[in-house]
Design a protein around this ligand. Structure first.
Ligand SMILES: *Cc1c(COP(=O)(O)O)cnc(C)c1O
Length: 387
């Protein structure tokens, strides 16, 4: 039976508007209403350096802009499965196209994989502090987030993460290098971790910064999948960071076809644009140029981290394109000092500041401010090195 609200005085609709002029809003799931509203890293003014979002300071690789301009017409839908790009990635990594899934940024791939595996009553385990998107991505699924503290040197505590697994655990996120703190998980640690995790729990290895890694002991998702053949592991990579295509939103997952099918089933159809697919393929054509700029950023990172340690900061191992200053209670104040000098950094209040490795000209400025603020930290502060 269908009864319209107007024929039923005193129903909920009329009651909610009775007291004031506030509009009636749709009822929002309480766990969603409680989520923090997304705030993007501040957009930099013309003369400021934007070091808050781990973006690549370089222009797109050669030929990418031209390729995007020549991509299919704007009135046509894109290829829903990104078949050409999947073939390219499959050939490059020695897997089949079915073992590759492309999404609108690897953040959407995380969302898809979590939606496919976890719901109300389930649990998702991840290290904390880690990627700021994880808590809300888990919340949206209805599952409960289980946050496992990092070690004192800002690394994943994999044994503690194993200990946090229960029969309700459906997925575990491992971020290597860890955003925002910087350290990697080693291959051996990860292999031991997989041995201890139940085979029916999905392990998402988030490797957004894989290309910047220089530590030969670091885990490499492709190597894990090849060597260990684990159907419960999915490796995620992105074109946003090393490839400098953050604006186009494109990333990929490599894993077992059945697991990726489940992710595809949750995806918003046609969300990966033709322009993004074309740009990604064109970028893969320029491996040498990519490696050259990645090497340059990694060198700049190492120089920056070493100089910050020299200045007295206790900077954790930095293997991404960013460094972490454990500023603790001084985080907001120090971030304002950076900003006052035209450096937009990313503060995590009460915890620390993440600074992306940007333009070469930004490095000296970062060092100048970092060196002057570290002196204001009291002896014994966790942000101070032992020097
Ligand atoms: C930047 C980032 C991503 C992905 O970004 P996309 O632009 O959505 O591909 C994923 N994980 C981590 C840890 C990141 O820092």
């Amino acid at each position: 039976m269908c009864t319209s609200a107007s024929t039923r005085p005193g129903t909920r609709l009329s009651r909610v508007t009775a007291d004031d002029d506030a509009p009636v809003l749709p009822r929002i799931r309480p766990e969603i209403a409680a989520l923090p509203v997304y705030r993007q890293g501040r957009q930099a003014g013309a003369d400021a350096f934007k070091l808050s979002s781990n973006e690549n300071p370089f222009d797109p690789l050669p030929g990418v802009l031209e390729a995007v301009r020549g991509a299919s017409a704007l009135n046509r839908y894109p290829d829903a499965t990104a078949a050409l790009l999947r073939e390219r990635l499959a050939a490059r990594f020695g897997v089949t196209p079915d073992e590759v899934h492309v999404g609108a940024g690897s953040v959407s791939l995380i969302a898809q994989l979590l939606l496919a595996t976890a719901g109300a009553g389930d649990e998702v385990v991840y290290a904390w502090r880690s990627f700021e998107a994880y808590p809300s991505l888990v919340k949206v699924t209805g599952a409960t987030a289980i946050e496992v503290p990092l070690t004192d040197d800002a690394r994943h505590d994999l044994p503690a993460m194993v200990a946090a697994v229960t029969e309700r655990t459906r997925a575990i996120l491992v971020c290597s290098p860890n955003n925002p703190t910087g350290p990697i998980v080693t291959h051996d640690e990860f292999a031991a971790f997989l041995d201890a995790v139940p085979a029916d729990v999905l392990v998402i290895l988030d490797e957004a910064y894989a290309e910047f890694v220089t530590d030969p002991d670091a885990v490499d998702g492709l190597r894990v999948l090849g060597l260990l053949g684990r159907p419960n592991v999915v490796a995620l990579r992105t074109f946003s960071k090393a490839y400098g295509l953050a604006a186009l939103r494109i990333g990929y997952a490599i894993g077992h076809p059945r697991v990726l099918d489940a992710a595809r089933a949750t995806m918003i159809p046609l969300s990966v644009t033709a322009q993004a697919q074309t740009a990604a393929i064109a970028s893969l054509d320029h491996e040498a140029a990519l490696l050259e700029r990645v090497r340059e950023i990694a060198e700049r990172r190492d120089r920056l981290a070493a100089a910050l340690r020299e200045a007295g900061w206790r900077v954790p191992v930095a293997q991404g394109n960013f460094v972490w200053l454990p500023a603790g209670e001084s985080t907001v104040e120090f971030a304002a000092a950076f900003e006052g000098e035209g450096l937009i950094v990313r503060p995590f209040p009460g915890d620390g500041i993440r600074i992306s490795v940007g333009e070469e000209e930004s490095v000296e400025k970062v060092l100048g401010i970092a060196a002057s603020v570290v002196r204001t930290l009291p002896e014994g502060h966790a942000g101070r090195g032992l020097a």
